[in-house]
Design a protein around this ligand. Structure first.
Ligand code: TYD
Length: 222
């Protein structure tokens, strides 16, 4: 029997709404030949949880329920997708992970950060990313960009992910988005070895160049 492959590296994109995470995550995964995944909703169970989470958000899920469902999605995602890929020697690029729970359920919804962290660690069985890339942007700027994109598309969103996203976005107010943004910046400042902050309020190719530089510097990805 051959030796087990060296485990892959685990990179996560974090940030508020419409900062371009999905586009950049897809770009990096393709460039690196990594497994591309996202939260919430990238397993069979996760798709059900995502529907509950995003449909019900406007209708009054409690903050604790929301945190528990996010954790359940994460537990399944780690067990089914992320850990097997890493153990098989594949790199993994994920669109949102523990940082989202800390920023949204902790700073945004006001749950205790240590409780949210503990829940996520239970769900992830201690699996933290090697690198979390925070795409940082003022939430009003991000929203303006999103509206401009919608106009350009004449509202023609397709796919379950996009539909749910726009509903949920309408339901959250500006103060919430500010707490999320400030929370992310605080998390990154407290743990600069694991986080990299990139100004996302610039053209996508410029942001991409910064991402390439960060993964080269931190992980040796050329
Ligand atoms: P999504 O459509 O994936 O949004 P985006 O394109 O902005 O990533 O919706 C996911 C939503 O779920 C988003 O508003 C952030 C939220 N979320 C949490 O509140 N906590 C979490 O732990 C995760 C993973 C996501």
């Amino acid at each position: 029997m051959g030796a087990a492959p060296a485990p892959g590296r685990f990179v996560v994109f974090e940030g508020g709404e419409s900062v371009g995470k999905s586009t950049q995550a897809a770009w990096l995964a393709t460039r690196r030949g990594a497994c591309l995944t996202f939260e919430p909703g990238d397993t069979r169970l996760g798709r059900e949880l995502r529907r509950l989470l995003l449909d019900e958000r406007a209708g009054g899920l409690s903050a604790v329920t929301e945190a528990l469902l996010m954790a359940a999605d994460r537990a399944q995602h780690v067990a089914e997708t992320i850990r097997p890929a890493l153990e098989a020697g594949r790199d993994v690029v994920c669109d949102r992970y523990i940082g989202s729970s800390l920023a949204y359920q902790g700073y945004g919804r006001g749950l205790r950060l240590d409780v949210v962290r503990e829940l996520s660690e239970i769900a992830a069985v201690g699996l933290w990313p090697d690198l979390m890339i925070l795409l940082d942007m003022d939430p009003l700027q991000a929203r303006a960009r999103d509206d401009a994109r919608d106009d350009a598309r004449d509202g023609a969103r397709d796919g379950a992910r996009e539909d749910a996203r726009s509903d949920r976005f309408e339901a959250l107010d500006e103060a919430f988005h500010r707490r999320v943004r400030d929370g992310y910046l605080e998390l990154a400042a407290a743990d600069p070895g694991r986080w990299a902050v990139i100004d996302a309020d610039r053209p996508a190719p410029v942001v991409r160049d910064d991402i390439a530089a960060v993964v080269a510097d931190r992980l040796g990805w050329k």
